[in-house]
Design a protein. Structure first.
Ligand SMILES: [Cu+2]
Length: 159
């Protein structure tokens, strides 16, 4: 098959672009721990009050010692608030919304997810630095969006 010289250049240029784009994804995933969502789980946003997990959202310790934080976002707050977790232990956040789309970002860390009504956003992070962190909503959710701020307290673990 005969491929014109210029056509061949453009074909290889397209392949080169693909390599750059895929390489960028691989690099950010490996170096910056940026991950696509890997969890699809639904929950009825109108029945959160009756849900065993979200009726009274809280920090729970699993039998294996890992930490699970169930979070409900609503206009204009996070529950629970403050969230208290230990340092240097994997913490799994399971976030949903009871009304509109919100954000859940632990400022200064890579903990950042959308809270979408009807869905559970889940991710796991380990906080190495004890202290107080600001939890911010980074999706415009209404007239008082700028007041939607919570607190995460990372405690030094006592041994
Ligand atoms: Cu908001």
């Amino acid at each position: 098959m005969n491929v014109e010289f210029y056509e061949r250049i453009w074909m290889w240029a397209a392949v080169g672009l693909l390599v750059i784009f895929v390489g960028t994804i691989v690099l950010t995933a490996a170096n910056d721990a940026v991950r696509p969502p890997s969890h699809i789980e639904t929950v009825d946003p109108a029945a959160l009050a009756d849900s065993p997990e979200y009726g009274n959202p809280a920090v729970a310790v699993r039998p294996d010692g890992s930490i699970v934080v169930s979070v409900v976002t609503q206009m204009y707050s996070f529950s629970p608030d403050p969230i208290v977790v230990p340092a240097n232990r994997p913490v799994t956040f399971r976030i949903t919304s009871s009304d509109v789309m919100h954000g859940f970002e632990v400022v200064g860390t890579n903990a950042n997810a959308m809270a979408i009504p009807g869905y559970v956003s889940q991710f796991t992070v380990t906080f190495k630095r004890p202290g107080e962190y600001i939890v911010g909503c980074n999706e415009y959710c209404g007239i008082l969006h700028h007041n939607m701020v919570g607190k995460l307290i990372v405690r030094e673990e006592s041994r």
